[in-house]
Design a protein around this ligand. Structure first.
Ligand code: 48F
Length: 263
C-alpha cells in the first residue's frame, strides 16, 4: 500500500471532529479522567447514556498509575473486587479481604473498558469553567467551558468553547476544581456543612474510603462529585493508595445519574 500524507491528516481531522461534534450536547460531562470518572464513564455507557470525559493531561488515568510512592501496585478491598473482575484486571489475594493489582495494568484496563463501552475520553482539554442557567431564582450547572491545556498552561488569550450537559461530574481529584470554580464565580452555595469546599483532611484509609462513597452525590443542582473530590468538598480524610473507594464511587455516581436521567 502506498501511503499518502494528506490522507493521514484528513483522516485524523475528520475522525476527531466527528467525536467532538458528537459531544457538544451530552447526558453527562465528566471532568477528569481519574479512576472514579473512568469507572463512572464505563457504567454510564453501559446504562445507555451519552457521556464524555475531559482530561487536562496527556495521559488519562489520574493518580492511579503510580500506585503508592511510585511502587506501581495498588490495594483494593473485597467490596470492589466484583468491579475489578468485570474490568478483567488481574489481582493477587493478600488475605483478609485485601487484594493488590498492578496499577499500570489496572489503569490502562479501565481507560480501555470505558472507551470501548462508548464513553469518549478527550485528553489535553482543560475544563476552565461551567455553563450555568438561572430559572426562577435557581441556578443550575448545565455544561462545561473548555480550552486546550497548552493554551491554559501558556496563559494565551484564546477564548474557550463550551458544551451542554444534563449532568456534570467533578472527578478532578484532590483539588475539586469545578466545585471550587463555582463557589467563586457564581457564588454557589454547595450542599456541604459550610456551603463551600470544606477541605480535605489528613490520611485515614478506613474513614476516607467510606467517606468517598457516602459523599458521592449531587453537590449543587446539576453538579455531582466523585472520587477524591468528594472528600475535599465534604471535608473527609484522604486514603492513600487504596482504590476501592474510587471505583465504588464511580459506579455509584453512574447509578445515581442513570436513575435520574431515566425518570
Ligand atoms: O486525582 P485523580 O486520580 O482522581 P480520582 O478519580 O482518584 C484519586 C486517586 O487517583 C488518588 C487517591 C486514591 O487513594 O487519592 O489520588 O478522585 O484524577 C483526577 C484527574 O482530573 C484531571 C487531572 O489531570 C487528573 O487526571 N483534572 C483536574 N482538573 C482538571 C482535570 C480540569 N480542570 N480539567 C480537566 N481535567
Amino acid at each position: 500500500m502506498k501511503i499518502d500524507d494528506l490522507t493521514i491528516s484528513r483522516s485524523i481531522i475528520e475522525s476527531y471532529l466527528e467525536k467532538f461534534l458528537g459531544s457538544l450536547q451530552v447526558d453527562v460531562a465528566l471532568v477528569g479522567a481519574g479512576p472514579s470518572n473512568l469507572i463512572a464513564g464505563y457504567y454510564l455507557a453501559k446504562a445507555g447514556l451519552k457521556a464524555v470525559i475531559f482530561e487536562s493531561k496527556l495521559a488519562p488515568g489520574g493518580g492511579m498509575w503510580g500506585g503508592g510512592m511510585m511502587f506501581n501496585e495498588g490495594v483494593i478491598q473485597s467490596d470492589a473486587l466484583p468491579i475489578i473482575k468485570e474490568m478483567g484486571i488481574g489481582f493477587k489475594d493478600k488475605g483478609d479481604g485485601y487484594y493488590t493489582m498492578d496499577t499500570v495494568e489496572a489503569t490502562s484496563a479501565i481507560i480501555s473498558r470505558c472507551i470501548q463501552k462508548g464513553t469518549i475520553v478527550f485528553n489535553l482539554i482543560k475544563v476552565t469553567d461551567v455553563l450555568f442557567r438561572e430559572a426562577e431564582g435557581k441556578k443550575r450547572v448545565s455544561g462545561l467551558v473548555l480550552n486546550w491545556s497548552p493554551v491554559e498552561h501558556l496563559g494565551l488569550s484564546v477564548d474557550p468553547l463550551s458544551i451542554k450537559a444534563s449532568y456534570v461530574v467533578d472527578g478532578t481529584g484532590h483539588p475539586a476544581e469545578i466545585c471550587t470554580i463555582i463557589t467563586k464565580k457564581i457564588d454557589a452555595k454547595l450542599n456541604t456543612r459550610t456551603g463551600g469546599v470544606v477541605g480535605e483532611m489528613s490520611l485515614w484509609a478506613n474513614e476516607g474510603e467510606q467517606f468517598t462513597v457516602a459523599n458521592t452525590k449531587e453537590v449543587f443542582p446539576g453538579l455531582y462529585v466523585a472520587g477524591m473530590a468528594a472528600n475535599n468538598v465534604f471535608g473527609g480524610p484522604r486514603m492513600g493508595p487504596i482504590f476501592g473507594g474510587m471505583i465504588l464511587s464511580g459506579k455509584k455516581v453512574a447509578e445515581i445519574i442513570s436513575l435520574k436521567a431515566k425518570r
